[in-house]
Ligand binder design. Structure first.
Ligand SMILES: [Zn+2]
Length: 234
């Protein structure tokens, strides 16, 4: 028997300074959170992604913080498709790189200087959502949320109609491959509607924990449970 009072998920939280071996302030679950605006993301959709330097006509400030090498670009797709599960809903429908002449990309991946981002300094990746996602909850909020988020994060020119994955320049300028791929997996988890894992959860519990040593390389059982929760499927 456990009670909400002292429940510790077996491999979830850890004792903290304020807590102790039997009483911690660890979270009750280490499943990733589901953001308030996530519901519209549960509709199956196609994700066609492109890197900002590839988009024609030119994406706003394309390549401003540099471009990924071909080898780095190749890391993203295998990371994204790790999320391609979801039972009979077949979610997400399609995750594919943009091809010239094909459907326009709705997800742009680019390098960014996240140290200059007011809200997200020291973060390795950042996800932008189209205003339509915010609008589904309250149509009046959508455009203003999208515009305000982009401005506060330091990317006012990022189109309000697109998803974005912004990867810190410091990481993407390095030769670090594992962290870059983990960033791709983590940020795509945001793109499809998952929030971060609650604070206090050990890194191996979820790809939605902060990046660092011990971070998993693919969605865990908790990640899949949270996504299925969002989708309303078993
Ligand atoms: Zn995150």
């Amino acid at each position: 028997m456990v009670t909400a009072e002292n429940y510790i998920e077996p491999d979830g939280g850890f004792p903290t300074l304020q807590g102790g071996p039997t009483r911690t302030n660890s979270p009750h679950t280490c499943d990733p959170t589901i953001d308030w605006f996530s519901k519209p993301l549960s509709a199956p959709r196609d994700y066609v992604f492109a890197f900002d330097d590839e988009v024609v006509p030119a994406f706003p400030s394309a390549g401003l913080q540099g471009v990924f090498t071909p080898a780095q670009k190749d890391l993203f797709w295998p990371g994204f498709v790790l999320w391609k599960f979801g039972g009979d809903k077949g979610f997400p429908n399609l995750i594919a790189p943009w091809v010239i002449g094909g459907p326009a990309p709705n997800l742009i991946v680019r390098k960014a200087d996240l140290l200059f981002s007011a809200l997200f300094s020291a973060s390795l990746g950042l996800t932008e959502f189209p205003e339509s996602v915010y609008s589904a909850d309250n149509s009046n909020w959508g455009p203003s949320w999208a515009v305000r988020n982009r401005r506060d994060e330091g990317f006012p020119d990022f189109p309000v109609g697109l998803f974005g994955i912004l990867v810190d320049r410091g990481l993407s300028d390095s030769n670090e491959v594992t962290l870059l791929k983990q960033t791709a997996v983590h940020e795509f988890g945001h793109v499809i509607g998952l929030g971060d894992a609650p604070k206090g959860c050990r890194l191996p519990t979820s790809v939605m924990t902060p990046l660092g040593s011990g971070h998993p390389s693919e969605p865990t059982a908790r990640d899949k449970r949270a996504l299925r929760n969002l989708l309303g499927i078993k």
